[in-house]
Design a protein around this ligand. Structure first.
Ligand SMILES: *Cc1c(COP(=O)(O)O)cnc(C)c1O
Length: 376
């Protein structure tokens, strides 16, 4: 938590639960990424946090944007972002949305299947297209595998056909999985991708761009390697596989851009035990899976918690949200400990929750309002 967030919470005493985003941290993260990977063009994956203040701050800094829908494109353009800084990166789009985006001036589109490529050929003629390839996502805490990407051989054929259909086969993308902890994953993916570049070049198709997706970390409970190490690994992999035939490089960071810029303040609603001999206390917060903490699904993302009673003795807890759904348990298998002195009404701070929270919160499940966000 930053001093600015601390001051805001102290002075404003907002109702909980709420997310507070420090825009200066977003700016810092953007500039740091630029410094560490200077040859990469940043397309902020706005699904991580599409607050208009975040989009506008990043837009002013010169960022481009990775979008997934007409709605996201509209939100971006409403902040003054020009269509030529927008990539329509979802591989699953309605053809009428493709046509709309093309009409707005968007010229960069993703696909990973024949049917999607044909939609693009019909409704975005001449546009730059890139094909997403499957990678295994090992080491990622929030994998984005299986659903996206196709086998490299298929990608090669589709890019070749895209050229025949009047599209500009521009490049290849992949995503090594979000909150990736294995720095070698980029090397493996780039080995595959560079093979595709060479194979296509032999048939007269010169791809221009590699899109490395996201995967860069935020700092949750477990330590992660510093961003410097990630960027060095990416840099090394690029040089190893492309040498002096370096293509344009795009990255699409989401989590690493906004994750540690935000913090959710919540309140303890109830502390109980299921039996007199229950070893663990159940701690119910006023925010849970349906209030924005969806990434605790399968206990994947393990947030850092702080309380005003930290420092004293602690005991094991099951941590749950406030709704009447038994799926609304945050951590049960993962060992979480909270102070024994914790009381109903205490504030619990859930750190590094700037990414993938507000947009995951339900509209009004059980009458709980969607997660309120303050950008400061
Ligand atoms: C979600 C997403 C990202 C962002 O990934 P992070 O791991 O949050 O940085 C980037 N690119 C695409 C295509 C995505 O779907």
């Amino acid at each position: 938590m930053t001093d600015r967030i601390r001051r805001f919470l102290r002075d404003k005493q907002p109702e909980t639960p709420c997310l507070v985003i420090d825009l200066d941290v977003v700016e810092f993260n953007y500039k740091r990424m630029r410094e560490l990977l200077p040859q990469a063009k940043i397309f902020y994956a706005m699904k991580a946090n599409p607050a208009q203040e975040v989009l506008s701050r990043l837009g002013k800094l010169g960022s481009s944007f990775d979008t997934a829908s007409r709605g996201e494109i509209e939100q971006c353009m409403a902040q003054g972002v020009d269509a030529n800084r927008i990539s329509f990166g979802n591989t699953i789009k309605k053809e009428r949305d493709i046509a709309w985006a093309f009409q707005q001036g968007v010229r960069l589109f993703a696909f990973d299947s024949e049917a999607e490529m044909l939609k693009l050929a019909r409704s975005a003629p001449g546009a730059r297209v890139f094909c997403r390839v499957l990678v295994d996502c090992g080491g990622a805490e929030w994998p984005l595998s299986r659903k996206f990407g196709c086998a490299p051989e298929m990608a090669r054929d589709l890019l070749r056909r895209a050229a025949e259909m009047g599209l500009e086969p521009y490049g290849v993308s992949f995503h090594v999985g979000s909150q990736q902890t294995d720095l070698e994953q980029w090397d493996r993916a780039l080995a595959q991708v560079s093979q595709m570049f060479y194979a296509l070049a032999e048939t007269g198709i010169d791809l221009k761009m590699v899109n490395l997706g996201g995967g860069f970390p935020a700092r949750y409970r477990a330590d992660v390697q510093p961003l410097e190490a990630y960027c060095e690994a990416v840099q090394r992999a690029l040089v190893r596989h492309f040498g002096n035939r370096m293509p344009e490089v795009i990255i699409e960071p989401g989590r690493s851009m906004v994750g540690d810029a935000g913090m959710i303040q919540s309140e303890v609603v109830l502390i109980s035990r299921k039996s007199a001999s229950d070893r663990k206390r159940w701690v119910y917060l006023d925010v849970g899976k349906f209030g924005g903490l969806a990434e605790t699904m399968d206990e994947s993302i393990k947030y850092r918690l702080t309380t005003p009673r930290d420092g004293g003795r602690t005991g094991p807890v099951v941590l749950a949200g406030p709704t009447c759904d038994s799926a609304d348990i945050l951590y049960e298998k993962t060992e979480y400990r909270l102070p024994l002195a914790l009381k109903v009404g205490d504030k619990v701070e859930i750190q590094a929750t700037g990414a993938y929270t507000t947009t995951y919160s339900a509209v009004s499940f059980n009458g709980f309002a969607p997660l309120k966000a303050y950008c400061i």
